[in-house]
Design a protein around this ligand. Structure first.
Ligand SMILES: [Zn+2]
Length: 267
């Protein structure tokens, strides 16, 4: 890819120049408060390689790609630690779980399903931000994948594109809210256990992070206050991504406490 420096910003070969919002085709116009540094209908190869260039999607791609690698590392660590805990448990078998004091098998697969769901969500979101600018058709496919990934994350934990922005935010928020029911049940039934309070603390923190993510996502703050200032760094979608990764990580911490609790007491 031929590059040249102009005005301190990297410019790409003529067919791959970064353009302003007003020159975008209608299907790529999403956020009128981000004014510059758009990629529009680049060839597929250049679109792929733009993962290493500076444009207004660079941090959207990398925030979730780094999140994906964090969860990959968590899955590897959890696999080793849980397997070790499993082999030191008092009774076997432990192929699919560890035995609690009651002799019941504590299944590990929901925990790993959640981790896999989070990784699928983060990777598909990252790919969506990288490739959607290539064509209307690819944008349609990638957005579908992104929504599926988000739904997978919500369903496997229990919660977070341009038209219907508010409706989408509300749907994701309500799906997250459905997680309140099992939490209430836990607090009523096991409110006297320290682990119940710790996990509820993590769940409350996760709820706050997801709620904040929904507000930032739907309000487009801070770029609406100063259009053009946050094109590269600091716009709402980047903040939304960071909040989603933080919330997913909080859920992971809570899930680890649940596993330890269930290992010690059985089902
Ligand atoms: Zn995104």
């Amino acid at each position: 890819m031929e590059e040249k420096k102009k005005g301190g910003l990297t410019e790409l070969a003529p067919q791959c120049e970064l353009v302003d919002y007003k020159f975008l085709p209608a299907y790529l116009k999403d956020n009128q408060f981000i004014l510059k540094y758009y990629r529009a209908e680049w060839p597929l190869k250049q679109t792929f390689l733009s993962i290493f260039c500076i444009h207004n999607e660079t941090l959207n791609i990398w925030t979730h790609l780094i999140g994906f690698f964090i969860f990959l590392a968590l899955m590897a660590c959890a696999g080793i630690v849980l397997q070790r805990g499993c082999s030191s448990a008092r009774s076997l078998p432990c192929a699919g779980g560890a035995a609690g004091s009651g002799g019941a098998i504590v299944a590990r697969w929901p925990f790993f399903t959640y981790l896999a769901g989070a990784m699928a969500c983060l990777l598909s979101s990252s790919a969506c931000h990288l490739l959607s600018c290539h064509s209307r058709r690819l944008q349609y496919v990638m957005r579908g994948m992104d929504c599926t990934g988000i739904t997978v994350l919500i369903v496997t934990s229990f919660y977070p594109g341009p038209e219907h922005r508010m409706l989408r935010a509300k749907v994701f928020f309500c799906m997250g809210l459905s997680g309140v029911v099992p939490i209430m049940h836990k607090v009523i039934r096991f409110g006297d256990r320290p682990a119940a309070l710790v996990t509820t603390g993590y769940e409350a923190a996760m709820g706050v992070l997801y709620a904040l993510a929904t507000v930032v996502y739907s309000s487009r703050m801070p770029e609406r206050w100063m259009p053009g200032t946050f094109d590269i760094l600091g716009h709402s979608h980047q903040l939304f991504h960071v909040l989603v990764v933080a919330a997913a990580y909080t859920h992971y911490l809570g899930a680890v406490v649940y596993l330890q609790w269930r290992d010690s007491e059985g089902c």
